[in-house]
Structures are given as C-alpha cells and as structure tokens.
Write a protein that binds this ligand. Structure first.
Ligand SMILES: C=Cc1c(C(=O)O)[nH]c(=O)[nH]c1=O
Length: 312
C-alpha cells in the first residue's frame, strides 16, 4: 500500500507531516522532523520581526489534548526562508512548507514579497487563525477581511499558497467561507487550527494552567477531532476540487489519519500528538495507516479519499 500524496503536483512519499507551531520553531526541531518519516515540514508561522511570544507557562498537556497561548513566538520569516533555502540544496527533490502571518493585509503582502524575493520554490501557508495575540481578533472569523487579504495577496503572489483556517461551527459559515475561498487560486485549505480560547483548570489548585490571558488558550488534541473532521469534510464538499484540503486536529492514531482522508484530506498534520511523542510519531502513524489500508484492501489514498458514506 502507498501513503504517498501530492499537493498541487508536488509529490510527497507520505501524507503525514507536522502542524505549524509544533516541533518547528528553530533549525534543530526542523531538522529532526526532516529526518523523520514525516512527508515534509512546515515552519512556525514567521512574522516580519522575530517575537518572544507570551510569558510562560504557555503550553499545557492534558490526558485528552493540549491548551496553548504561545503568542506567536518565532525567529522571524527571514530566518525560516534562509533555513529552507539551505536545506532545499541538500534535498532538491523535497518540497517544504513555510508558514507566515502578518498583523494586517499590508504585512501579509510584505511577507509574501519576501518569500518571492528569496526564491523559495516550496509552498507557503498563510496563517489566518492565530488565536493568541492579545487584542488581535481571529482574521479567519472576519470574512470580509479574509476576502480582501486573498484578493490583495493574489494580485502579486504567483507561488503555491495555502491558508490555515480556524474551526467553523455553523453550516452557513462553511457556505460563506467556501464561496470566498473558491474565488482564488489557492493550492490548499488547512483545517483546523486550535479551537480558540478554551479554559483548562487544575481543580486541586483551583487555578488555570497557563499564564497568558488568565488561562484562556487554543485547544488541541482529542477534544477537537469531531470539529476538525467536520471542517475538513465541509470544505471538501464545497471547494473547487482544484483546492485540496490538509486535515489537522485530533490526529494521534492511524485511524484518525484514515478518518481525515475519508473526509477528503490529501495530507494530514499532527500537532498535540507530535508534541507529546516527538518525531517518532510519524513512523507509528504511517505504519498504523498502512495496516488499516491493508485490512480494507486499499492500495492508495484515492481508493478512499473523500468517500465518507452518508445514511440514506
Ligand atoms: C501562530 C499562532 C498560533 C498559536 C500561538 O503562537 O499562540 N497557537 C495556536 O494554537 N495557533 C496559532 O496559529
């Protein structure tokens, strides 16, 4: 069986990789993912200037997932572009992802100009869904702004571009977002980012577990899989087939990978489970997915991708 996939014809020998923000902050972490069984890596979302992020503790692991309010700590987009250019020379046939996010449309355009000027030939993931920058609302929940950003960005940018979206919870919102996204030559849509502003409590200490925002943070892991699968399938049902789907959220076993692909994902990204287990998680997940495919007689992803059955 083959777990190979392609995103806008860049071929990957696997369909599993890291989620932006996890194990991708610096060269050391990125090299560890690059050497693992992951199909590729995506960098932490780069901003125009490097950022320290929010005060710690800002990440907490629970039995069912995670809560984070990192605050977009990153080395700055140029650091990630320089690193990817370097590693691209060593692996000329591998396609890498660079994530970026601006604080307004002018910054988004500037970031993408930097990408184009750097000669980067991989895939850019524009993060429209960071939930943890105090005072900055989720771009992904402001539909007019998303429309304006994509319109402005695609006036100049000609490379491969995907967008990282927050989870939506309303069918009309899926309709409205898909209508906007279908207007643009997007390579993919990545659903979902963490469920914003959850609250996890240590009842023994009667206290929150992360310092920023009085304990409010993005939720990941088991808690969000049903929402992630719904967002993947809702966009799969609504988007032009030219726009592929990357599925992120609640992946910790081969079954979770299988379910995301059944809902329409071409690639899946792993966050919380990667944070817990390290890059060895990619070999385990790939093996578990292969076992499931074998048991069901599937040889390649297209044998079941998007083929979720409904009850007649
Ligand atoms: C890029 C900021 C993000 C962060 C963060 O840096 O706080 N956390 C998330 O769960 N998702 C994000 O998109």
């Amino acid at each position: 069986v083959s777990t190979a996939t392609s995103i806008a014809q860049k071929k990957f020998d696997n369909c599993i990789m890291n989620a932006s923000g996890v194990w991708c902050y610096d060269e050391k972490e990125l090299l560890e993912v690059d050497k693992s069984k992951a199909a590729s890596f995506v960098t932490k979302s780069g901003t125009l200037q490097a950022r320290k992020g929010n005060p710690k503790p800002r990440y907490f692991e629970t039995n069912f997932g995670s809560i984070n309010s990192m605050g977009l700590p990153n080395q700055g987009l140029e650091y990630y572009l320089d690193f990817v250019q370097k590693i691209q020379q060593q692996n000329p046939n591998k396609t890498y992802f660079v994530s970026c996010t601006g604080f307004n449309v002018q910054e988004d355009v500037l970031l993408l100009e930097k990408v184009e000027n750097s000669g980067f030939k991989g895939i850019v993931e524009l993060n429209l869904s960071c939930p943890n920058v105090p005072g900055k609302p989720q771009t992904g929940y402001d539909f007019e702004t998303v429309d304006m950003i994509l319109k402005t960005v695609f006036e100049n940018y000609e490379g491969l571009l995907g967008v990282k979206l927050p989870p939506y919870f309303d069918i009309v919102h899926f309709d409205q977002m898909a209508k906007i996204l279908n207007k643009y030559p997007l390579t993919y849509v990545n659903s979902v980012n963490s469920i914003g502003n959850g609250l996890y409590i240590d009842d023994a200490q009667e206290k929150v577990v992360i310092k920023p925002k009085n304990g409010f943070g993005g939720i990941g892991g088991d808690y969000i899989k049903p929402t992630a699968l719904a967002n993947v399938h809702a966009f799969y049902q609504r988007l032009d087939p030219k726009i592929q789907i990357i599925g992120t959220g609640g992946i910790k076993t081969g079954r979770d990978v299988f379910e995301h692909i059944l809902c329409g994902a071409s690639m899946v990204q792993v966050g919380t489970a990667l944070m817990k287990e390290g890059p060895g998680v990619f070999e385990r997940l790939t093996h578990e997915l292969e076992m499931i495919m074998q048991s069901k007689g599937y040889e390649k992803l297209d044998d079941f991708k998007g083929k979720l059955k409904y009850i007649e």
